[in-house]
Design a protein around this ligand. Structure first.
Ligand SMILES: Nc1ncnc2c1ncn2[C@@H]1O[C@H](COP(=O)(O)OP(=O)(O)OP(=O)(O)O)[C@@H](O)[C@H]1O
Ligand SMILES: [Mg+2]
Length: 817
C-alpha cells in the first residue's frame, strides 16, 4: 500500500455475513473481502455495487452467479447476465463454468444486443418480423440515413447524415417512436430528424432489417405490448445481473425494468393474481467508466438506482486488486480532473510496481515498431507470454499499422472487433486482379475474377474452359485464351465474345505493369476499367454495405501508395536473393499475403490443434483493440498508443467540455486495464486520411505526475534556428529536453531507431546540389527534387551506394550538410 491514495481504514458494512460452513460455498467466498462477500450472498431486494476500476465488481457478479447455482438452488436457465461486450460475456461464462461446471451453459450470458436478438428471433412472429431479419451496424445505418436524406432532398451540408443518424439514435435510445418524434418536434432540425426517422424505419422494415438501437427498442416495445410474453420471460429469468451498469441508456434501463418486473411493483400492481413477483436484480458499475454517452448512456441510472428501486441496497468496494499503485496514481490523476464526480478512494496492497514507460515516436510506424520491440524483448526475457499484452488505440483504423509490423516480425496477434482488412471480399477481389496481372497463371485468382463484376462469363462457360484445359493439358489461362479465339468447343458465340473482351481487358491492364506504372495507378485502372468500382457506386445508393466496400477499396489504394513511398526510401542494399524487387507489384503482393496470412494464425480457423499448441507453449497472442472494447478487461502489460490531442482525446472532444470529460473517463479506463506495466506513447507525425499531421501531446499525458513516468524517449528539441526546413516547434509542447537531442537520446539508451531530430519537420527542404549524409547510404548529392509537402521526394546520388529516390517526410535518417 502506498502514499497517494491510501485508505487503510476502509469501511466495513454492518451485519457482515460470515463465510458459511459448507466447504463448497466457503470456497466460493473465501477469496473475497467482506463487502464483496456481502454482495455475493445478498438475497431479496435489488442490489447495486458501485466501485472504481479493478475492485472486483465483475468478480462479484461471477461469484454471485456461482453462489446462486451452488448455494441457493437456482437453476442455470433462470439466470440472465448482461455484459457490455461479447468478449466479456464469454469470459464470464468461462469463469462461472470453472466454478460450477458445464451446467453453466444453460445460462443466458450476453450483451444487451445479443440478448435482444435472441429474444426477437424467438418472438419474430409476435412482433411481425421475419426470423431471418438482418442487423444493420452503425455504418450501415449512417449510409441508409444518407440515402433517405437524399430522397427527402435535404441539404447534406445543413443536415449531415452523421448528425441525423445521431439524433435518430438518441430518439430510439429514449424509446421515442417516429410518431412521437414527429409530434414533439419543436424546431426545424427536430422536424427534419423526425421525417428522416419515419422514412428510415419504413426502409428498414421493407428490408426486414433492424439497426442496433431497434434491437433494444423493439424488445422493450414487445414486452410492454404483450404482457403474456413479458410474463413468460419474468417467470423464466428469476435473476437478472448487469455488469457496467453506468453504460446503460434509457432504453436498456427500461428493458431491465421490464425484465425484472420492477415497474409493475412501482405502479402498485394488485397483489392478488400477480405474476411471479419481481426477479432479483443485481447491477454493478462505476460512474467514472461511463464511456458510451454517444449511445445515450447516462450515469443517472446508477445515481438514481435507489430511487428507481426503493428497496435497493448499495455496496461500495474500495480495494483495487488489479493494478500497481503507480498505475492507480496515474489513473487517479487523470480522472480527478473531471468535475462533478464523487471522489473515490481506491487503494491497493500490491505496491509501487514498475514506472510507467513513456515514448515519443517519430510517426505511427515508429510507434508500432517500438511497441513490437518491447513486446519482443519482454517475451524474450521470459517474464511474459504474448497473451499478456494488449495494445489499445482510440479508433479501429489505427490497427493496420500494428498488424503490419506484427506480421513482419512474426508476433502472433489478434484484433478484437472490426473485421480484418484483408479478409474483406472487395479487398480480396481487387488483390486477385493484381495477382493475375503479376502472375497470369494464378488460376485461383483468375477464376475468382472471371465474372467479377458480372461480364457474361457464367458457370457453364467456365466449366467448358476448365474441361478444355484438362483435356489439352494446358493451363486454365491458356485455355481461356483459346476460348477467346473460339477454339474451345461447346462455347456459344456470346461466351466467346465475352471471353475475348476479358482477355483484352487483362492485356490492356498488363501493359501498365510492363510500363512500370505505380501499383496504386494500376489498382485504380483495375477498379475503373473492369467496372468494379462503378458497379459498387451504382449499388451504393441502395445498399449501405456497398458504400463501405468503396471506402475499403480507397484504403487499399492508399496501402499501395504508401508501399511505393516506403519502397522509395528503402534499402535497395538489403536485397535478399530471390526476393522480389523492392517496390514491384510482386513485392507488394508478397507483403500483402504475409499480412493476410495472419488469418491462418492460431485462433482463426486452425481449431483445436492450434489452441492446444498455444496452451502448450503458454504464449498465446497479443491483443489489439480500441479502448472502448477493452472496458472490463485486464492485461499484465498494456500499451496505450496514440496519446495525442486530436487522436486521444479525439479531435471532436477538444472544444466540447462534456465530450472531453468522456474522453478523460476513457483514458481512465485505458490506464486501469494494466496490471503490472503500462506504456503510453504518442507520435509526432501521424497520417490521417492520407495527410500527415503533427499532433501535440495528449493533455492526459500532461496530467499524469512526472514522478510515475519514465520517458524512454522524449521529444527531440528542434535544432537551433536557421536549420533547414520549417520548424514545427510550435506543436512541440513540454517535455522538450534542453539537451543536444541526439546525445541526450543516446544517453537515455534509445533503441534501434536512429535519431531523426529536425528531419521531423513537414518535409526536408533540399535543392539540387545539396550535400547530405544518410545513416545507411552515406554521403550523397541531391540530383533533383520533386513535389511538396507529403509528396516531396529527392533523387540523390550516393556514389557507390547508387542513386535513390527518397521521401522527404517522416522518418528520414538523413541530415543536410
Ligand atoms: N478479493 C479478491 N482477492 C483477490 N483478487 C481479487 C479480489 N477481487 C477481485 N480480484 C481480482 O482483481 C481483478 C479485478 O477484478 P474485476 O475485474 O472483477 O474488477 P472490476 O471492478 O469489475 O473492474 P472494472 O471496473 O475494470 O470492470 C481481477 O483479476 C480479479 O480476479
Ligand atoms: Mg468489471
Amino acid at each position: 500500500m502506498s502514499a497517494l491514495f491510501d485508505l487503510p481504514n476502509h469501511p466495513s458494512l454492518p451485519g457482515q455475513p460470515s463465510p458459511p460452513r459448507n466447504p463448497a460455498s466457503a470456497a466460493l467466498l473465501d477469496d473475497l473481502n467482506r463487502e464483496q462477500r456481502a454482495a455475493v450472498t445478498h438475497a431479496g431486494g435489488p442490489l447495486l455495487v458501485v466501485a472504481g476500476a479493478g475492485s472486483g465488481k465483475t468478480r462479484v457478479l461471477t461469484r454471485r452467479i456461482a453462489y446462486l447455482l451452488g448455494e441457493r438452488g437456482v437453476a442455470p436457465g433462470q439466470i440472465m447476465a448482461i455484459t457490455f461486450t461479447n468478449k466479456a460475456a464469454a469470459e464470464m461464462k468461462d469463469r462461472v463454468a470453472e466454478l460450477v461446471g458445464a451446467r453453466a451453459r444453460a445460462m443466458w450470458v450476453s450483451t444487451f444486443h445479443s440478448m435482444c436478438v435472441r429474444v426477437l428471433r424467438r418472438e419474430a412472429k409476435t412482433v411481425g418480423l421475419g426470423s431471418n431479419f438482418s442487423i444493420y451496424d452503425a455504418d450501415d445505418t449512417r449510409r441508409l440515413v444518407t440515402i433517405v436524406a437524399r430522397d427527402l432532398d435535404l441539404d447534406p451540408k445543413r443536415y449531415p447524415a452523421r448528425t441525423l443518424a445521431m439524433h435518430m439514435s438518441n430518439l430510439k435510445n429514449e424509446l421515442s417512436t417516429p410518431v412521437e418524434a414527429t409530434e414533439r418536434a419543436g424546431n426545424d432540425l427536430e422536424r427534419r430528424v423526425a421525417e428522416v426517422y419515419t422514412a428510415y424505419q419504413r426502409r428498414l422494415e421493407q428490408a426486414n432489417a433492424l439497426d442496433f438501437d431497434d434491437l433494444i427498442m423493439r424488445t422493450v416495445e414487445m414486452l410492454q405490448t404483450y404482457p403474456d410474453v413479458a410474463e413468460y420471460y419474468r417467470r423464466r429469468f428469476r435473476h437478472v445481473l448487469v455488469d457496467e451498469y453506468q453504460d446503460t441508456n434509457h432504453a436498456q434501463y427500461t428493458l431491465v425494468r421490464e425484465l425484472v418486473g420492477g415497474a409493475a411493483t412501482a405502479e402498485a400492481a394488485p397483489e392478488a393474481n400477480a405474476g411471479p413477483g419481481p426477479a432479483e436484480l443485481c447491477v454493478v458499475g462505476d460512474a467514472d467508466q461511463s464511456i458510451y454517452a454517444f449511445r445515450g448512456a447516462t450515469i443517472r441510472n446508477i445515481v438514481e438506482f435507489e430511487r428507481d428501486y426503493p428497496q435497493a441496497k448499495t455496496i461500495l468496494l474500495e480495494q483495487n486488486y488489479r493494478s500497481t499503485q503507480t498505475i492507480l496514481s496515474a489513473a487517479n490523476a487523470v480522472i480527478s480532473r473531471n468535475a462533478d464526480r464523487r471522489d473515490k478512494r481506491l487503494w491497493t496492497e500490491s505496491g509501487e510496481g514498475e514506472p510507467i514507460v513513456g515514448y515519443v515516436a517519430d510517426n505511427e510506424h515508429d510507434e508500432a515498431a517500438f511497441v513490437a520491440g518491447e513486446i519482443d524483448a519482454l517475451c524474450d526475457s521470459g517474464q511474459y507470454g504474448y497473451s499478456d499484452f494488449a495494445v489499445f488505440y482510440r479508433t479501429n483504423n489505427q490497427s493496420r499499422v500494428f498488424e503490419e509490423i506484427f506480421i513482419r516480425l512474426g508476433l502472433p496477434y489478434r484484433v478484437i472487433g472490426g473485421m480484418r482488412f484483408y479478409e474483406r471480399r472487395e479487398v480480396r477481389d481487387a488483390l486477385a486482379y493484381l495477382r493475375v496481372l503479376a502472375n497470369p497463371e494464378d488460376t485461383v485468382s483468375l477464376r475468382r475474377i472471371l465474372n467479377v463484376p458480372k461480364r457474361g462469363i457464367g458457370d457453364r462457360a467456365e466449366a467448358c474452359v476448365a474441361t478444355y484445359a484438362e483435356r489439352e493439358r494446358i493451363t486454365f489461362a491458356e485455355a481461356l485464351r483459346a476460348g477467346a479465339r473460339g477454339e474451345v468447343d461447346l462455347l456459344n458465340s456470346r461466351s466467346v465474345k465475352c471471353l475475348a473482351a476479358f482477355v483484352e481487358l487483362l492485356d490492356s491492364l498488363h501493359e501498365l505493369v510492363e510500363r512500370g506504372d505505380e501499383i496504386a495507378e494500376i489498382l485504380e485502372a483495375v477498379l475503373d476499367r473492369t467496372g468494379y468500382r462503378a458497379e459498387l457506386e451504382a449499388k451504393a445508393h441502395d445498399d449501405p454495405q456497398d458504400a463501405s466496400r468503396l471506402d475499403n477499396l480507397t484504403e487499399l489504394v492508399t496501402v499501395a501508395r504508401e508501399f511505393t513511398e516506403d519502397a522509395a526510401t528503402l534499402q535497395t542494399l538489403e536485397e535478399d536473393e530471390g526476393a522480389p524487387e523492392p517496390g514491384s507489384l510482386e513485392a507488394f503482393l508478397e507483403r500483402v499475403s504475409l499480412v493476410a496470412d495472419a488469418d491462418s494464425l492460431p485462433d482463426a480457423d486452425d481449431g483445436e490443434d492450434a489452441d492446444e499448441a498455444e496452451q502448450a507453449e503458454g504464449t498465446g497472442m497479443v491483443t489489439l483493440m480500441t479502448v472502448h472494447t477493452a472496458k472490463g478487461l485486464e492485461y499484465p502489460v498494456v500499451f496505450g498508443t496514440g496519446w495525442e490531442d486530436g487522436v486521444f482525446p479525439h479531435m471532436r472532444a477538444l472544444s466540447e467540455p462534456a465530450e472531453l470529460a468522456e474522453e478523460r473517463r476513457l483514458a481512465y479506463v485505458a490506464i486501469t486495464r494494466a496490471r503490472q506495466r503500462l506504456y503510453l506513447s504518442r507520435a509526432l507525425m501521424r497520417s490521417a486520411w492520407g495527410q500527415p499531421m503533427a499532433n501535440p501531446a495528449s493533455r492526459f499525458l500532461d496530467e499524469i505526475p512526472d514522478a510515475v513516468v519514465q520517458w524512454r524517449r522524449e521529444e527531440p528539441s528542434p535544432r537551433g534556428a536557421g536549420s533547414s526546413g520549417p520548424s514545427v516547434a510550435s506543436t512541440w509542447g513540454r517535455r522538450t529536453g534542453g539537451d543536444s537531442a541526439q546525445a541526450g537520446l543516446a544517453a537515455r539508451g534509445m533503441r534501434s531507431t536512429p535519431f531523426k531530430g529536425w528531419q521531423e519537420t513537414p518535409a526536408m527542404a533540399l535543392q539540387p546540389g545539396d550535400r547530405v549524409n544518410h545513416d545507411k547510404y552515406g554521403l550523397g548529392t541531391v540530383v533533383t527534387t520533386e513535389g511538396t509537402g507529403a509528396r516531396a521526394t529527392a533523387t540523390i546520388d550516393f556514389g557507390s551506394s547508387g542513386t535513390l529516390r527518397l521521401m522527404l517526410i517522416g522518418s528520414v535518417p538523413m541530415v543536410k550538410l
